[in-house]
Design a protein around this ligand. Structure first.
Ligand code: ATP
Length: 256
């Protein structure tokens, strides 16, 4: 992204963002409600065009390329997508159909290879036993994992995760963080961008951070350089104390 802005009427959703993600990098995008995180992720997913500036994804310049060819190369997991899944959709079908970038039951026979890969991905996320279940009967955590498996199905070059731990209980969050950490540390995994509100959700193995506030970048770069008390306090507009325990982060308001 070079000088990328998205405006709706007089509102600037994100303003003048310069940002680059390399294929071996794992980025966390952190910021308060309304900061523009989802907007940034939708730009990265070729779902939204910039109002201003240059946006290139996987070597293709947006505006000059067919986004329908680009989208299957990008795996996206978001609440908006989860809301569009019909309740009766079978878990394994939802994962396999990612290859066709469609939602809803696919009426043709799936290739055995595709079904095998979907099973492997469900296994890697610890939900292979749910393959035949209807999506609408899953818990929040099981849904999140199903959508991550779906996002990985096409073997994407870029994986975008919008608040994957939202709505999970402590155990569910910790389990997801551990699985995302495994993915982040896998050299064959795609570039990853993870949007979150919470430093506790940053999986070990993530390399970079972008802090967003009011549609503008507060700081970006290597995780260790960017994730400081000063930057975090600026981003969330209150004095915050940041602690690091091993390879995890914890934050709370500074005591007076
Ligand atoms: N079509 C629109 N017209 C006007 N304002 C919009 C429009 N779409 C989004 N916004 C505003 O842009 C800002 C950024 O929205 P965005 O969803 O990107 O934030 P976010 O950081 O993902 O927030 P959250 O953490 O609450 O999900 C918000 O204040 C939102 O109300």
């Amino acid at each position: 992204m070079q000088g990328v802005s998205v405006r709706r009427g007089r509102t600037t959703l994100v303003g003048d963002v310069d940002w680059g993600v390399e294929l071996d990098e794992r980025w966390v995008v952190l910021g308060p409600n309304g900061a523009g995180k989802t907007t940034l992720l939708r730009l990265a997913g070729a779902e939204l065009h910039p109002t201003k500036g240059r946006l290139s994804l996987l070597g293709e310049r947006i505006g000059r390329t067919d986004v329908f060819e680009l989208r299957p190369r990008i795996g996206l997991c978001s609440a908006a997508l989860a809301n569009r899944v019909p309740n009766e959709e079978k878990v394994v079908d939802l994962v396999v159909s990612a290859g066709y970038a469609v939602l809803g039951r696919w009426r043709e026979d799936y290739d055995k290879l595709d079904t095998g890969r979907a099973g492997e991905l469900l296994g890697a996320l610890g939900i292979e036993h749910l393959a035949e279940r209807a999506f609408g009967t899953l818990s929040e955590g099981e849904r999140k994992r199903t959508l991550i498996a779906r996002a990985l199905m096409t073997d994407p070059e870029l994986l975008l995760l919008d608040e994957p731990a939202a709505g999970l209980d402590l155990g569910g969050r910790e389990d997801l963080v551990a699985r995302l950490s495994e993915l982040a540390l896998d050299p064959d995994a795609p570039a990853i961008v993870l949007v979150t509100h919470h430093v506790e959700e940053i999986p070990p193995g993530f390399t970079h951070a972008l802090l967003l506030r009011g549609g503008g970048v507060v700081a970006q770069g290597l995780l260790d350089d960017v994730l400081t008390e000063e930057n975090l306090s600026k981003t969330f507009d209150q004095p915050l104390e940041l602690q690091r325990a091993g390879d995890r982060y914890f934050a709370r308001r500074k005591q007076a």
